[in-house]
Design a binder for this molecule. Structure first.
Ligand SMILES: Cc1ncc(COP(=O)(O)O)c(C=O)c1O
Length: 387
């Protein structure tokens, strides 16, 4: 029996998503830009998916631009605004130290082009304080990008308060909602944002598809030059099956969000409580803050996270040491580092992220295996347990 507890890296496809995508791949090959029947069929499929994504966000369909996923949506938002407002003298971009690489490395790239960039600090709660943004923002700030929920620890950021601060200075506000969309309510009006990224493969949809929601009237410089697809906002013939999958995933997650959120929160809370109870020398990272219901990040003293990940994998349990991009290397988690944890804690933490297929039996099995595996790794490392 294999247990998958890495849903923040990616999720299995919902059976309905597979069925709808398969039907499109088999039957609907038309180019959505074509005027004839074949094209109009696929155009209608894309329109339906756009309405579904808009409904998930409480937005207007015309404001949804389909992209190749969360990374492209983040790039489009940040680069698109930075380039559009550069001529007006706004050459400062703000994000936080706990953003995904899609945002952090976009700021680095803008920095190399002469933009001033600021990464806001967070404390050990894993939450950005509005005061930190107040202190950093200036009259030349172009865009502020703060993620809605963090991918490693699950903490939820005070987006509405942060967006209000950005707007008071005339800056645009973007949120990366890749880890919150489909898990908790994400309503663009309540959040008060101008731009929001989401990704289908984090909500039981396909990889390589996502969307950027952009408030009507906002002007962004497109990333790519080409045809006038997506109303001139994203050039390139549409990934019709992927977009259909994204729409179905959005509808399904909206329907099951409340019940599934409560189910996963109960499973996650039991897992977290009993791991801390059964395994000495453990601590939950960001555990006191509001979090998405499926995520827990736990540090194990005197255990190297990569070794624990491999040992659990050998027992058939898939977890992660943090973001998928940094696992496979021994890099400490930049998120835990930004939260101010000491070096050992940035390297001994494991993320358990639950999802659609997670069950009570999965949690039971982890609780059966984990104390033994941790004990064995500690015995091998032969250093005394830190007090
Ligand atoms: C917070 C966050 N932003 C962006 C991304 C990138 O999304 P995609 O994989 O669709 O490019 C991820 C994926 O791990 C993520 O967790």
């Amino acid at each position: 029996m294999r247990i998958y507890l890495d849903h923040n890296a990616t999720t299995p496809l919902h059976a309905t998503v597979v069925d709808r995508m398969s039907a499109v791949l088999r039957e609907d090959f038309g180019n959505p830009s074509s005027v004839h029947h074949f094209g109009q069929r696929t155009k209608a499929l894309i329109d339906d998916a756009r309405s579904a994504v808009a409904a998930l966000l409480g937005a207007d369909p015309s404001e949804v631009v389909f992209t190749s996923g969360g990374t492209e949506a983040d790039n489009f938002a940040i680069r698109g605004v930075a380039e559009a407002t550069e001529a007006a003298g706004r050459r400062h971009v703000i994000a936080t130290g706990i953003e995904h690489e899609a945002v952090i490395n976009t700021l680095k790239a803008l920095g190399r082009r002469g933009f001033r960039t600021t990464l806001l600090p967070v404390d050990q709660s894993g939450v950005v304080s509005p005061d930190a943004l107040r202190a950093a923002i200036t009259d030349d700030t172009s865009i502020v990008s703060v993620m809605h929920a963090n991918n490693e620890v699950g903490t939820i950021q005070p987006i509405a308060a942060l967006a209000a601060i950005a707007h008071a200075k005339g800056a645009v506000f973007h949120t990366d909602a890749v880890q919150s969309a489909g898990k908790i309510p994400v309503q663009v009006k309540a959040l008060g944002v101008d731009l929001l990224s989401l990704s289908a493969h984090k909500m039981n949809g396909p990889k390589g598809t996502g969307a950027l929601w952009m408030r009507r009237g906002l002007r962004l410089v497109p990333l790519m030059t080409g045809g006038r697809h997506e109303r001139g906002r994203r050039a390139g013939t549409e990934n019709v099956a992927g977009i259909v999958g994204c729409g179905v995933a959005a509808t399904l997650s909206a329907e099951k969000m409340v019940a599934e959120g409560a189910r996963l929160a109960a499973l996650r809370d039991r897992l977290e409580r009993d791991v801390v109870r059964l395994v000495p020398g453990t601590a939950v990272n960001g555990g006191e803050s509001a979090r998405v219901p499926n995520t827990t990040n736990i540090s194990f003293e005197r255990v190297e996270a990569e070794s624990l990940l491999i040992a659990l994998d050998l027992e058939g349990i898939a977890v992660s040491t943090g973001s998928a991009c940094s696992s496979g290397t021994l890099e400490p988690s930049h998120v835990l580092k930004a939260m101010g944890f000491p070096a050992h804690r940035t390297q001994n933490s494991i993320r358990f992220s639950l999802g659609m297929g997670s069950t009570d039996a999965d949690v039971d099995r982890v609780l059966e295996v984990l104390p033994r595996v941790v004990e064995k790794l500690r015995t091998l490392s032969r250093t005394p347990v830190r007090a």
